[in-house]
Design a binder for this molecule. Structure first.
Ligand code: PLP
Length: 422
């Protein structure tokens, strides 16, 4: 079961060390070295008084008392596998708390429903993950929530003006951004977004700032340091890392996460114990996977950058001093990650020939897994965008996106070379 008191006073251990033990006490589970899967929907109370006390705190009837130990009630509220996972995941971002959801979309939609209400305005960056864009355009609008978007190259002044031009600046409730943007790797300055959210905050109303940190996090970008309120993950990607589970997460302050967990209880979009167990297992290798994937991606990007059939490579590790994006990279990113996009000379036909001839990298959407994946953003992940939008954002028919895995980098380069020569 979960252990609420395992902090080490002599030394602050790093997350990679704590992923094997934090929050779990073997003696509470028959000495099992690994946390069992608590495949149970409900939990037995010792007595009626205990049941009453757990409900009072869970439903906000009163605050938890100093030193009061709370037990579990029902797996839609929480479960040991999920609680331990939440405690461990929060460590990477040095966040106060974490909430797990059954998908990344579930985390995103819960944030938007919690921090926006009918009549409110949402400000977001572009391009966004397709599912997020669809939710904003097709679902939030049904609840009377409107949105305004900005581009990676927009200045703070331009963005503030865009918000004012909607005539609803006083109703701005949430700023949602994705950086680096998918698939172009365009960076958005987190400090600037905090300043924009603050410019529209009042003593009565805090404008919340959420960032979808799926692409670089939780290792290579730690948004909380830059004043971000809610950090969102599709845990399906790097956190899960094996293309075998769908899950999502939010990390942030106790207050923010408490609000999200309360809504989660009533939307019922909690992940199950099996998902929790799989992700606990994944977290043990998160750092070595992301380090290896990043090292591989640096080699692949360098190779692509010199190939005569490649027009342009979009990779954070190739940014050069003097580029405005480089400054943002230096400020807020710790490593370039393992997502690469490149423009192949030609158009869709040349991009498809390349994709159809890969022998190691699989032709599939999704990202962040141990195996390398390749896809065509214009006709796959970003196919719902209009041609104009794609042109503005630089998503051409000749663009290919790669998610680099943990394979041998020379094998990957061999694969790319032979596919480019087809
Ligand atoms: C995959 C993804 C999502 C959605 O996550 P699911 O787990 O598929 O629901 C959201 N944002 C980004 C950046 C993603 O890559």
């Amino acid at each position: 079961m979960k252990d609420n008191n395992n902090t080490n006073k002599a030394r602050k251990f790093s997350p990679e060390t704590l992923m094997m033990s934090y929050g779990y006490k073997p003696s509470l589970s028959e000495g099992a070295i690994k946390c069992p899967i608590f495949q149970t929907s409900t939990f037995v109370f010792k007595n009626a008084e205990e049941g009453k006390a757990f409900f009072e705190v869970a439903y906000g009837i009163r605050e938890q008392r100093e030193g009061e130990e709370l037990g579990l009630i029902y797996s839609r509220l929480n479960n040991p596998d999920l609680e331990i996972l939440e405690d461990r995941l929060a460590l990477w971002d040095e966040a106060e708390d974490c909430a797990i959801f059954e998908s990344g979309m579930s985390a995103i939609s819960t944030v938007m429903f919690e921090f926006l209400k009918p009549g409110d305005l949402l400000l977001h960056s572009a391009p966004l993950y397709g599912g997020t864009g669809h939710f904003i355009k097709e679902v939030l609008t049904k609840f009377g929530i409107e949105s305004v978007e900005f581009m990676p190259q927009d200045t703070k002044e331009t963005i503030i003006q865009k918000v004012k031009d909607t005539g609803k600046a006083d109703r701005l409730g949430l700023v949602h951004i994705e950086t680096p943007a998918n698939p172009t790797n365009d960076l958005i300055d987190l400090t600037m977004c905090r300043e924009i959210a603050d410019a529209f905050s009042t003593p009565e109303k805090h404008v919340y700032l959420a960032v979808d940190n799926t692409y670089l996090g939780p290792l290579w970008q730690k948004p909380i340091e830059f004043g971000v309120d809610i950090v969102i993950y599709s845990a399906t990607k790097y956190i899960g890392g094996h293309s075998d589970v769908i899950a999502g997460a939010c990390v942030g302050s106790f207050d923010v996460i408490k609000r999200l967990k309360t809504l989660r209880t009533f939307l019922g979009n909690m992940a199950g114990p099996w998902t929790g167990w799989l992700l606990l297992r994944s977290l043990e290798t998160l750092q070595i996977r992301m380090e290896k994937q990043t090292a591989n991606a640096q080699k692949v990007a360098a190779y692509l950058n010199t190939h005569p059939k490649v027009e342009k490579v979009y990779y954070l590790g190739l940014l050069k001093e003097g580029d405005a994006q480089y400054e943002t990279y230096r400020k807020q990113c710790l490593a370039p990650g393992a997502m690469i996009a490149f423009d192949i000379k030609g158009g869709e036909a040349e991009a498809f020939t390349f994709l159809n001839n890969l022998k190691i990298a699989h032709l599939a959407v999704s990202l962040g897994s141990t195996e390398s994946l390749a896809e065509h953003p214009a006709s796959m992940t970003h196919s719902s965008m209009s041609k104009t939008e794609k042109d503005i954002l630089g998503i051409g028919d000749n663009m290919v996106r790669l998610s680099i895995g943990v394979e041998n980098p020379d094998d990957l380069i061999w694969d790319i070379e032979q596919a480019l020569n087809c």
